[in-house]
Write a protein that binds this ligand. Structure first.
Ligand SMILES: Cc1cc2nc3c(=O)[nH]c(=O)nc-3n(C[C@H](O)[C@H](O)[C@H](O)COP(=O)(O)OP(=O)(O)OC[C@H]3O[C@@H](n4cnc5c(N)ncnc54)[C@H](O)[C@@H]3O)c2cc1C
Length: 479
């Protein structure tokens, strides 16, 4: 093997896709049963405008480069992205100096389209924003994306260009032997590779510390959210941030690329790397903060809450590259926000370093294009008729809330990176993402997974290893 990538989050999948341009043997080792099992599926989905990172840091460099790449990548790879712009609002004159600091960073980071606006212009742009707001920083370049869909897009394009994905493959260690890296898996097997890309998210620092004496500290930081119904999507056009405080960018209110409205996150330190449980007190705080931005916030429109863990390091910057004492082991660690935005640019650099080390040549068969899977919900009448004529499975609705057809669920299950769990189906085609959160469609998806994968119904997983769903319908029981 030329390259073993540990972790199929946005970082690992973006690198995999870049490496698939080259004639190399590449494997992605992912401990979960799907891509994006960590932070890449539980975040705000903002393509950050590049005015926040401290100038001169890796975050500043990669944020600026990544945000410029994403619109083109969204077209090429078929994932949802919208250039909706962002506003950092000042609720009082005391917030204005913090906004000026961000404007200064924008200039230093080479970001265009960032300017202070007054209260009248703000209210013209966003009538639902708190009428007490005295002004805002407008950033025209920022956007929103579907971070899970973006990760799937990188992964599927990498897979169709020859990268192997091994799911359920937890890496427990790596050591250098005879010029190669010996990567040990939890099941006792080993993968030998010339180079390793360590993109293990919140566990990347642990793996780094196994191979290097330059030890890093890991400071996982939880962020809790509430997601609002589709009916709330139009409440704001821009992503609305508050002027930053000591805990970062604070609670945002933003439309999502999938048509909901997201509110959050908070920032909770002192948690374990795999803690993603929400707490009543955390969610109450998020709602309280959201009301400061949006006084008309209506909690009855919340359809679900969730949390993600930021893979933060000690000094606040990304750790990208090879430790001096571990040649051929490339870290993408301490990769917290703006990691979604930065991943495409980081991947270009990491793949270029790997190509140089391996003397790799371009693969003439590389095809960088991927079509976005069609959504019945988004089709017009004529398109729907055409789709049903082509494939009658478009006429069977599986999920009523999100109008997801059987054809879309089947396409997800048989995709280049197959959706093999209920959550994987849900995140790809949104069956179960609506107001009833799968109350109607989950048994149907379970049956389809069982049928299409040829496995007993009691072996169908919700998501993680060990999450079998006991059949609740039609009397089937565990034997
Ligand atoms: C609350 C929150 C809000 C955020 N908001 C934004 C935002 O708006 N915009 C933005 O740009 N960024 C945002 N981020 C940051 C962004 O989500 C992360 O930077 C990015 O997702 C990290 O990607 P990753 O691939 O490094 O890690 P992950 O997505 O965590 O992926 C790592 C993968 O490695 C796997 N893995 C871990 N250990 C092992 C192992 N030992 N063996 C095999 N596999 C392993 C995991 O299962 C996982 O799938 C946010 C993050 C959080 C948590």
């Amino acid at each position: 093997m030329d390259v073993a990538i540990i972790g199929a989050g946005i970082a690992g999948c973006a690198v995999a896709r870049e490496l698939s341009r080259l004639s190399l043997d590449v494997v992605v080792l992912e401990e979960g049963y799907d891509v994006a099992c960590g932070a890449s599926r539980s975040n705000s989905g903002i393509v950050h405008g590049g005015y926040d990172p401290v100038p001169g840091t890796r975050k500043a460099l990669y944020n600026a480069r990544g945000m410029r790449m994403i619109p083109g990548l969204a077209d090429e790879l078929g994932f949802r992205y919208s250039n909706n712009g962002s506003l950092v609002i000042a609720l009082s004159d005391q917030d204005l100096p913090a906004i000026d600091v961000l404007a200064g960073r924008a200039r230093a980071n080479g970001i265009e389209g960032v300017r202070r606006i007054g209260a009248d212009e703000l209210r013209g742009l966003e009538p639902n924003v708190n009428p007490c707001a005295v002004g805002a920083l407008l950033c025209e370049g920022s956007g929103i994306c579907d971070p899970f869909g973006m990760t799937v897009a990188f992964a599927e394009n990498a897979a169709t260009n020859g990268v192997t994905f091994r799911m359920g493959a937890r890496v427990v260690g790596a050591s250098r032997r005879g010029g190669l890296w010996d990567v040990a898996l939890a099941d006792g097997s080993h993968v030998e590779a010339t180079l390793v890309v360590n993109a293990a998210g919140v566990h990347a620092i642990d793996l780094h510390n196994q191979v290097s004496s330059d030890r890093l500290a890991s400071r996982p930081r939880l962020g809790e959210y509430v997601l609002m119904s589709r009916d709330m999507h139009g409440a704001f056009g821009h992503t609305i941030f508050r002027a930053p405080g000591p805990k970062g960018k604070g609670v945002l209110v933003s439309p999502t690329a999938d048509g909901n409205l997201i509110v959050g996150p908070d920032a909770v330190d002192g948690i374990g790397p795999d803690d993603t449980a929400t707490t009543p007190s955390g969610l109450e705080w998020v709602i309280e903060q959201a009301r400061l931005t949006w006084p008309a916030f209506d909690p009855r429109e919340i359809i679900v809450n969730f949390a993600g863990t930021r893979p933060c390091g000690a000094d606040g910057d990304f750790v990208i590259g090879e430790p001096a004492d571990a040649p051929g082991f490339f870290d993408i660690a301490a990769f917290d926000s703006p990691g979604i935005t930065s991943a495409p640019a980081v991947a270009v650099d990491v793949a270029a370093w790997a190509a140089e080390r391996l003397g790799a040549r371009p693969d003439p068969a590389f095809d960088g294009h991927r079509d976005m899977p069609p959504r019945f919900l988004e089709m017009g009448e004529a398109e729907r008729e055409e789709a049903i004529a082509r494939d009658p499975a478009f006429s069977h609705l599986v999920c009523r809330c999100e109008q997801v057809s059987e054809a879309e669920v089947l396409a997800a299950i048989h995709a280049p990176i197959p959706a093999t769990t209920v959550n994987a189906v849900k995140r790809r085609c949104r069956a179960g993402m609506g107001r009833c959160q799968g109350g109607f469609c989950e048994p149907l998806v379970v049956e389809m997974l069982s049928r299409e994968l040829g496995i007993p119904i009691q072996d169908v997983l919700l998501g993680e290893p060990g999450s079998e769903i006991a059949p609740l319908t039609r009397g089937e029981g565990r034997s």
